[in-house]
Design a protein around this ligand. Structure first.
Ligand code: URA
Length: 309
């Protein structure tokens, strides 16, 4: 198996440690004794994971084929090897590409942290929002779950009872089906971002009305502008109708690519609908959702899992 970009980067950092150790022992560098490098000049391969690795250990933005989890918004302390050496020495000692790779990771990590911060601002506004008649009846607002750095977003309609109770989208029965769909795509929650058209539960799970959607969707638009997904899956008619400004039926919209501000949108059946029709032997909804998700994987350049057994 090919090493992941993160492993490659860590190897580069280890190589850098080895080179620095060699230069120090050759009297070319002065390093403090508590530095992160091995005492002698052992082959880089046996160097312990150097403290330098921690500089990239927080978010791992270049790791998996999809986006990586945002491990922590708090940056770890700078490693000694980075902090004690002037940049020109590091640059001179680094193997080709290492500094550029570290810089790229730092920039990407910074961008992820920016996204987390920007989303937190929006989430705080959502928490305080009383712009429509859903506010007095909610237990709490429901913002999003998943990874703000994800390439793929799922957009649903609005929270139900379970979401209103937990504050997280798609955690009830429909959410469990959505999680199974994501797992069948060989993806995890860390590789997707999940949100809704409205952030408060409509009473009795009715469809949000025009006034509620107008009050709430600016939040979703801002979320999408921060996350910048490469592909959006619109779950059901409410999300599809809003994102594509269309009144078309799901049957006519799903299974084809559409566009929201240049981002490809794949409408598909809402998981609640798939659950509702699951006992109807004539229903093709479940199979059609999978057809649509295969198109999504292809569009993202990800492998399409073979059907099971
Ligand atoms: N249905 C939705 O559209 N969103 C949720 O969060 C849960 C159920």
């Amino acid at each position: 198996m090919d090493p992941s970009p993160r492993d490659e980067l860590l190897q580069l950092i280890r190589d850098l440690g080895g080179q620095l150790a060699w230069q120090r022992d050759a009297g070319l560098l002065e390093l403090p004794s508590q530095g992160a490098l091995p005492a002698a000049a052992p082959p880089p391969a046996v160097a312990p994971p150097p403290a330098a690795a921690t500089v990239v250990a927080a978010p791992t933005p270049v790791a998996p084929p999809m986006a990586s989890p945002v491990a922590s918004p708090v940056a770890p302390p700078a490693p000694a090897v980075i902090s004690v050496l002037p940049a020109p020495v590091l640059v001179a000692a680094a193997p080709p590409g290492a500094v550029a790779a570290i810089a790229e990771v730092a920039v990407t990590a910074g961008a992820v942290l920016d996204r987390v911060g920007a989303l937190r601002v929006i989430q705080d506004e959502v928490r305080g929002c009383r712009a429509c008649k859903l506010a007095p009846t909610r237990t709490q607002t429901v913002f999003a779950r998943g990874n703000p750095d994800a390439r793929l977003c799922f957009i649903g309609e609005g929270p139900g009872a379970d979401e209103d109770r937990t504050g997280l989208p798609f955690v009830g029965l429909a959410g469990q089906l959505l999680d199974r769909i994501i797992a069948a795509m060989r993806l995890t929650e860390e590789q997707v971002y999940i949100a809704n058209i409205v952030k408060c539960r409509p009473p009795n799970n009715r469809v949000p009305d025009h006034e509620e959607m107008s009050a709430c969707t600016p939040f979703l638009l801002r979320q999408l502008e921060v996350v910048k997904p490469e592909v959006i899956v619109a779950l059901g008619k409410t999300a599809t109708g809003f994102l594509l400004d269309s009144k078309g039926s799901m049957g006519s919209m799903r299974g084809r690519w559409h566009s929201w501000k240049g981002v490809p949108v794949m409408p598909t059946w809402h998981p609640s609908y798939v659950l509702r029709v699951r006992d109807d032997p004539k229903s093709t909804a479940r199979a059609e959702v999978w057809t649509d998700m295969k198109l999504v994987l292809e569009r993202l350049g990800l492998p399409v899992p073979a059907p099971r057994g």
